[in-house]
Ligand binder design. Sequence first.
Ligand SMILES: Cc1cc2nc3c(=O)[nH]c(=O)nc-3n(C[C@H](O)[C@H](O)[C@H](O)COP(=O)(O)OP(=O)(O)OC[C@H]3O[C@@H](n4cnc5c(N)ncnc54)[C@H](O)[C@@H]3O)c2cc1C
Length: 450
Amino acid sequence: MKSVAGVRKYSGAGTDWAAWLLGIGLGLTLALQATTMRHSDITSVYAVIASVSRAAALVGTYFAIVGIFLVARIPWVERGVGHDRLVTWHRKLGPWSLYLIGFHVLFIVLSFAGQDHVALAVEMWRMLGNFEWMWWALAGFILMVAAGVTSYKKARAKMSYETWWTVHVLTYSAIAASFMHQVVNGQMFIGHPLNRAYWTFLYVAMGFSILWWRIGIPLVRSLRHNLRVEKVVVEGPGVISVVMKGRKLTELAAEGGQFFGWRFAAKGHFLMSHPYSLSAAPTAHYLRITVKDLGDHSRSLASLSAGTRVFVEGPYGAFTAGRATMPHVVLVGGGVGITPVRALMDEFKNGVQMDVIYRASRKEDLVLKEELDYLEYHSNGSIRVHYLVGSRKEHPMDAKSLKALVPRIADADIYICGPGPLVEAVKAAADDLGVPKNRFHDEAFAFHNE
Ligand SMILES: Cc1cc2nc3c(=O)[nH]c(=O)nc-3n(C[C@H](O)[C@H](O)[C@H](O)COP(=O)(O)OP(=O)(O)OC[C@H]3O[C@@H](n4cnc5c(N)ncnc54)[C@H](O)[C@@H]3O)c2cc1C
């Protein structure tokens, strides 16, 4: 399907497909328990508690596996649903998985302790000794709790991104560690090869998608395209652009507005990948990012030397021209959020009318200004750039002020990338102006802070 921008348009059907698949999987998972219940599972209170806790474990584990699929960077899922939305679902599902598995651990011990008439601690010790693979399951549970605690907003704010990320990634091992105790001890698996095959399939598919899409494909593609740093350009106070050169880059099928996870083969950069949006539409040989110094990683990009090898994961994101439905678009960039907006400007074709609103606190923060002016000057009137420099009081970004700036804004598609409060203000203004939700497109510059 083609959109007004003349580029590929995403239908949104991906969300429906994802919901259907997840629902079917949840149904099958609950069926594992429902179809293997015995009469003895409902003859005492403790037996019922054990059954409920097993169901909680199944659903909790299913949610954990789905959570990993959601961030496995499966290309058609990313394109159909949108990276931001997938990460939001992942974040919402995570705590439920932990609650359900925590419920299972507590209540399965309680139910066995009740039946054996012993204290909880004694029963727990017995279970660790009597059932196979229980120590692994316990280790997995402890890792899950650690990931949960470190993801809690207040705890997260106190640690570096790197620490949070390392603990978080350990949940993969946590989920894997619990597998054997389930299939060896679970009554829904013992003597039920089909159930065991389904459960094993989920784990194998999860492992495969991580190895394939998050590690294998990015590695092979990066080597194949031989991407290397060409130069680093200072754009303004604390802002630099990194220009990278490679071969056959059109095969990456990236679009302006999208982002990659970037990993530079330089000291202090290789172990962690950081997300940055393209700040110009990609060409056959060049990619460019523009980065604001916000911490260790972004700051040290300034010292990258020419020739440094670059590994990329992506492209990701649905902040693309193909989402537009109207022949008039309003592109709003706040601060360094101008980077994907600048790249998007290269993507709109077929005479699409563009109003670009660049919001910054100080004049010196207006990076890439020369490029925006150049594009406006050569656009035959199809691009208008509005610079809004100053305080929030001066530029409230509400419906009234936006309409004064762009009188036909209610008939446009609105794109915004910038700090959370700016995105929220423009979202509220779009609602007030009656812009339907499908014509509002935003990109957040934080994976896990909301
Ligand atoms: C989709 C997306 C696109 C982005 N595009 C750009 C861009 O074009 N230009 C730009 O300047 N910045 C961009 N960012 C933000 C950029 O990734 C972070 O500023 C950068 O990773 C900070 O790392 P640091 O070590 O320098 O800072 P830190 O001191 O570690 O962190 C500074 C802030 O960035 C957050 N952060 C750090 N690392 C990551 C990470 N890997 N993933 C998510 N959040 C992280 C932290 O939670 C913290 O709020 C983008 C972020 C996302 C999610």
